[in-house]
Design a binder for this molecule. Structure first.
Ligand code: 5GP
Length: 215
C-alpha cells in the first residue's frame, strides 16, 4: 500500500470551531502535521512568527509566488495567504497526513492540483448555534459578528465542493469522525495506483504459471 501521507484540507465558518478541532486532533494522534501558511497580514496579539503563520511582506510573498514556492495562495480581505510547498511535501513523504487549514479559493485549487486530497468542511449544528457561539465569545462587536455571519452565508455556497461535512456538535465525536475520514483515504483506489498495477501484473503472471503447470 501507499506509504505517502495524505493531504487534508479543512475549511469552515469563522466560529465553527475548526481551530479547536484541529488542535485536539493533533494532540490525540501523532500521524498528523499541520502546515504553517505564509501571510502578509499583521500578527495578532499572542501570535508568533513560524508558529501560527510565517508573517512576510507583500514583496517577499510575491517573490515566493514567482519562485513557485507555494502550492496555492489566495487573497483574503486584502491580504495574501499561501501554503509553502516544501514542508508539505517533506511531511507527506515521511508518511504524515498533512492538514491545510485554508479558505475555499485555496481549497478548490488544491482539489484541482491534487485530486486525491480530502476536503473537509466544518460546520456548527445550525446557523442559530453559529450566531450564539459568535455572541458567546464576547470579544467582537455586533458589526464584526454580522460581517462574519455574512461571510459564512457566502462560504456556504461552496460547501458542496467538499467531500465531507464535519458537524461540530460534540468536539470528541467530531475529532473521532475526522480521524476516521482521513484514515480511510489510505485505502482509496486513486491513492494506490502503484499497488493496483503491481497486483494486476502479479495476477497475470500467476495465471500464466498456473496455466503452464496444469498442462
Ligand atoms: P486569519 O486571518 O483569520 O488567520 O485567516 C483568514 C482565512 O485565511 C481563514 O479562512 C484561513 O483558513 C485562511 N487561510 C490561512 N492560511 C491560508 C493559506 O495558506 N491559503 C489559503 N488559501 N487560505 C488560508
Amino acid at each position: 500500500m501507499n506509504n505517502q501521507g495524505s493531504l487534508v484540507v479543512v475549511s469552515g465558518f469563522s466560529g465553527a470551531g475548526k481551530g479547536t478541532l484541529i488542535k485536539a486532533l493533533l494532540e490525540k494522534y501523532d500521524n498528523y502535521a499541520l502546515s504553517i501558511s505564509a501571510t502578509t497580514r499583521q500578527p495578532r496579539e499572542g501570535e508568533a512568527d513560524g508558529r501560527e503563520y510565517f508573517f512576510v511582506t507583500r514583496e517577499k510573498f510575491e517573490q515566493m509566488i514567482k519562485d513557485k514556492q507555494l502550492i496555492e495562495y489566495a487573497q483574503y480581505v486584502n491580504n495574501y495567504y499561501g501554503t509553502p510547498k516544501q514542508y508539505v511535501s517533506q511531511k507527506m513523504a515521511e508518511g504524515k497526513d498533512v492538514i491545510l487549514e485554508i479558505e475555499i479559493q485555496g481549497a478548490l485549487k488544491i482539489k484541482e492540483q491534487f485530486p486525491e486530497a480530502l476536503l473537509l468542511f466544518v460546520v456548527p449544528p445550525s446557523a442559530g448555534e453559529l450566531r450564539r457561539r459568535l455572541l458567546r465569545r464576547g470579544t467582537e462587536s455586533m458589526e464584526v459578528i454580522q460581517a462574519r455571519l455574512c461571510r459564512a452565508a457566502d462560504e456556504a455556497q461552496g460547501m458542496s465542493s467538499y467531500h465531507y461535512l464535519l458537524i461540530n456538535d460534540d468536539i470528541d465525536t467530531c475529532v473521532e469522525d475526522m480521524h476516521q475520514m482521513i484514515r480511510l483515504q489510505r485505502f482509496r483506489t486513486t491513492t494506490n495506483q502503484d499497488f493496483i498495477g503491481k497486483m494486476q501484473k502479479e495476477l497475470n503472471a500467476t495465471v500464466l504459471i498456473t496455466g503452464q503447470l496444469s498442462k
